[in-house]
Design a protein around this ligand. Structure first.
Ligand code: KE4
Length: 427
């Protein structure tokens, strides 16, 4: 690992005041060892660390940077909005424009409410589903991560999985007992749980493309079965599209798979890099929210004008530039480069991709669920990660995270990444 003296000094200082030296656990590099670098600035597909090293970025602040870092359209929109004030706590037109855009882009969303993070979005979906159905039990899938919601920090993915805390301390056993966890893609397990508890289930929450244990895909028919069983038993289907929303298609993965969830959680891309989440769905359900309905949900900075301006500018740019076709082309090029590198190194590791999201698992077997993903060789992944980082390519610092491409990635960037990956695999 190359020395990064300025980042090391900054990290030592950070650890004096911030738990683990980070404001979010996955940033601590515990999944790969070593210390995190500190960012000085970022632009386009590149990040520049405190030691003035340039890094080609495949994390994209965990998904929001779909246009690349500091896109001009977003910076200008934020500056313009800021000139009129940074927060009002009173309705403003930008909130309505964002709500109208989301409802136009995601057909299953008839009404939507803005929040400040993906966690708030999923947490609100859960409370709303329980309030609407009058039921308490929820189903989630092992390895799926829906933010640090008490009810959903049960066999969770992402940082919880990386740090071996999929069942976090501090979550009351009585509450965790209301959360049923099943293996993803296991149709039999799903059928039997609904046969046993169907009338007690308020909702099923799922990442339609789980990307918090690396990246794996739904087997044909699995999400359709989920929709069918929820409808049959009066449970709500919640798609957590915090990561896939506006990333895989204008209408998220639900546009691709053609399944209409009852509620959808959104985040990341929608904020253009500023703190934004949202949740929406059927109007009859959303109208259960305060002030019209009995389910309380609120937020001082929800619909913040700067965040709305940033998010709208990003979404409008995606629509203007035919983004999803370009992102698919970039993804295919990156995949071809990675597969060629694997071939040259004589490695049969599992590369999985959808659109601009990908994961290279250090296992040769297929990966359809958490159990498959955990067969990966984490130590080998850590060596690969640091080899790439030292060579100037930054992948997610955990085997249990997805990687992201942006519209700022160039053909030259991807060719460079291919060479670095080949070197790391051959090391
Ligand atoms: P936030 O509360 O972190 O904005 O969103 C939580 C969340 C909800 N649902 C899905 C599908 C998510 O992927 C996330 C957050 N993703 C992680 C990355 N795997 C955020 C990175 C972090 O925790 O620092």
């Amino acid at each position: 690992m190359l020395p990064r003296p300025r980042s090391s000094a900054a990290f030592a200082e950070a650890k004096r005041f911030i738990p683990g030296g980070v404001n979010s656990p996955v940033r601590a590099f515990r999944g790969v060892g070593g210390e995190p670098f500190f960012v000085q600035r970022a632009s386009g597909s590149k990040i520049y660390d405190l030691d003035d090293r340039e890094l080609l970025d495949f994390v994209g602040t965990w998904g929001p940077a779909i246009l690349g870092h500091a896109p001009k359209v977003v910076l200008e929109a934020v500056a313009d909005a800021a000139s009129r004030g940074v927060s009002f706590g009173i309705p403003n037109a930008l909130e309505v424009e964002m709500a109208r855009t989301i409802c136009a882009w995601v057909p299953s969303i008839e009404k939507v409410r803005m929040v400040n993070s993906g966690t708030e979005a999923t947490m609100s979906c859960l409370r709303l589903a329980r309030g609407f159905t009058g039921r308490d039990k929820v189903i989630k899938f092992e390895g799926c991560y829906h933010g640090h919601v008490d009810s959903l920090l049960v066999k969770a993915g992402s940082g919880a999985l990386t740090h071996g805390q999929p069942d976090s301390a501090g979550v009351p056993a009585a509450l965790a007992a209301l959360t049923i966890t099943l293996p993803f893609n296991d149709a039999d397990a799903l059928r039997s749980i609904f046969a046993r508890d169907g009338k007690e289930i308020a909702a099923v929450i799922v990442e339609p493309v789980p990307a918090n244990a690396g990246l794996y895909l739904p087997k044909p028919g699995f999400l359709e079965l989920l929709r069918e069983l929820c409808t049959e038993h009066g449970a709500l289907l919640i798609f957590d599209e915090v990561m896939t929303g506006f990333r895989l298609a204008k209408g998220g993965y639900q546009e691709i798979c053609g399944i209409r969830p009852d509620l959808t959680a959104l985040g990341k891309v929608i904020g253009g890099g500023l703190p934004v989440g949202a949740f929406g769905g059927r109007a009859d359900i959303m109208d259960y929210l305060s002030p019209d309905g009995p389910v309380y949900q609120a937020g001082t900075l929800s619909g913040n004008p700067l965040a709305m301006a940033a998010g709208l500018a990003q979404l409008q740019e995606l629509e203007r530039t035919d983004a999803y076709r370009k992102l698919e082309r970039l993804g295919a090029q990156f995949e071809a480069g990675t597969r060629e590198a694997l071939l040259r190194a004589g490695k049969k590791f599992r590369f999985q991709r959808i659109g601009s999201m990908f994961c290279l698992y250090f296992t040769e077997g297929e990966v359809w669920n958490l159990e498959d993903a955990q067969r990966s060789d984490k130590a080998a992944f850590a060596l690969y990660f640091h080899h790439c980082l030292d060579a100037g390519v930054y992948f997610a610092p955990s085997q249990f995270e997805a990687g992201f491409l942006s519209l700022a990635h160039t053909t030259a960037d991807l060719e460079f990444a291919g060479h670095v990956v080949a070197g790391a695999l051959a090391a």
